[in-house]
Ligand binder design. Structure first.
Ligand SMILES: *Cc1c(COP(=O)(O)O)cnc(C)c1O
Length: 402
């Protein structure tokens, strides 16, 4: 099947059906030629393109260092390991996130707990403050907190870092949704209020490398650990070797690492996508504005996005003041009309795996209420105004007429 004519500059959206997804990648001919160039070169795996991609990520975010890997899940895993998270550690995160945010801590053998959300779907600083006081009393403070920037809107990092600093709690930002977003006058990823930040390049995210992720940090030491963990714990760097008087072929494994490398094929795609990042975020803002302007036709209330968001998601909360129907009914109706609405996310603590660890309904009421009401609407750079109108028309059928 031929989805595109070679040489075409037009975005290639694989429109096999009229189905409108909630999110999808945008691959154009410049992306394709960047990838083909690497395929025709002598090096396919981590190499020069990865170095260049990492430099682009640093230049864009303002962070001093970055380490590109094969997914954000891998990035979260090595971020935890670099901070020394192990089976004696406790890690906190948000219950409203993709499971990988919590799994990363479990993969290190750590215990996990959650902090409930606020109206922005991010960790609520007040609930965090209360939970810290209780944890201090019990002698059960976390070693690290993984802060998720839901929808592409940064959490209240300043408050969160003030609250956690006094207990020396490390901070990882799970910014899988949030490349291109800003907080406190800086790009998310600058690590101004954290130790490490993770981005995802899965195809539904803001930019893609097919699969991929990156960790940014301002710490030389953490960066060094990340790079070792990414590639088997093996190094040839003289400075790190135990036995320094060895011939040039010599290498050492100095810790237990993984094969989490990003390929140069992926990195070349990433570099090409970075050129379009600001344009993507701008188009996402335009679509968000179109939804905002149609608020009277929406059977719910949009999640407020006060920070400069990357608008990975545009989420509506369906509620009885605005809607004649419940969320599940609207979900089913829109899906039957070819509109790929979704829920991001079913609370992590209610997943069977986490219930087996002792979590139960009622533990995080704000997250659980949101899971009854949330509906992610289509938002991605190649969504047309006509498609947007189709979504609005389908939603309008559920609005209470006054
Ligand atoms: C997508 C996502 C991840 C995992 O990203 P991968 O690159 O698919 O591993 C982790 N956390 C959040 C919040 C995500 O949205």
């Amino acid at each position: 099947m031929n989805f595109f004519k070679s040489g075409s500059q037009k975005p290639i959206r694989q429109k096999m059906t009229s189905f409108i997804p909630y999110g999808t990648q945008d691959i154009d001919s410049s992306d394709i030629s960047a990838v083909v160039k690497v395929l025709k070169s002598s090096n396919l795996t981590q190499g020069e393109q990865c170095d260049l991609f990492e430099k682009e990520i640093c230049d864009y975010t303002g962070a001093n260092f970055s380490c590109a890997v094969n997914s954000a899940t891998s990035a979260l895993h090595i971020a935890c390991l670099a901070l020394g998270i192990d089976n004696s550690s406790l890690v906190w995160t948000s219950p409203i996130t993709f499971v990988a945010s919590a799994n990363a801590a479990k993969m290190c053998g750590a215990e996990i707990d959650f902090v409930d959300i606020n109206e922005n779907l991010n960790i609520c600083p007040e609930k965090l403050a209360e939970k810290l006081i209780a944890a201090k009393r019990l002698g059960k403070l976390p070693k690290a907190i993984i802060v998720v920037h839901m929808c592409g809107q940064a959490a209240e990092m300043k408050r969160i870092s003030e609250l956690t600093r006094q207990f020396d709690i490390k901070i990882i930002e799970d910014a899988s949704h949030a490349i291109g977003a800003e907080y406190d006058g800086q790009k998310v990823g600058s690590c101004k209020y954290s130790d490490l930040t993770v981005f995802s390049f899965h195809p539904v995210k803001i930019i893609t490398t097919g699969e991929g992720g990156v960790v940014t940090t301002n710490s030389n030491l953490l960066h060094e650990k990340l790079c070792l963990l990414r590639s088997h714990g093996v190094t040839r760097e003289k400075r790190l070797l135990n036995n320094k008087k060895q011939p040039d072929w010599y290498y050492e494994q100095i810790l237990l690492g993984y094969n989490y490398r990003m390929t140069d094929i992926q990195a070349a795609l990433g570099i090409s996508q970075m050129r379009k990042l600001d344009g993507y975020v701008k188009r996402r803002h335009e679509i968000a504005t179109l939804y905002d302007e149609s608020e009277s036709k929406l059977p719910g209330t949009p999640i407020p996005q006060a920070q400069y968001s990357s608008y990975h998601l545009y989420v509506l909360r369906i509620n009885s003041e605005k809607s004649i129907n419940k969320r599940d009914h609207i979900f089913k109706d829109l899906r039957s009309r070819g509109i790929g609405v979704n829920l991001h996310y079913y609370p992590v603590h209610l997943q069977p795996y986490y219930r087996k660890l002792g979590f139960k309904p009622g533990d995080f009421p704000a997250a659980e209420l949101y899971a009854q009401e949330g509906l992610s609407l289509p938002i991605f750079p190649t969504l047309t105004n006509e498609e947007h109108e189709k979504v609005i028309q389908a939603l309008e059928r559920h609005v209470i007429k006054v």
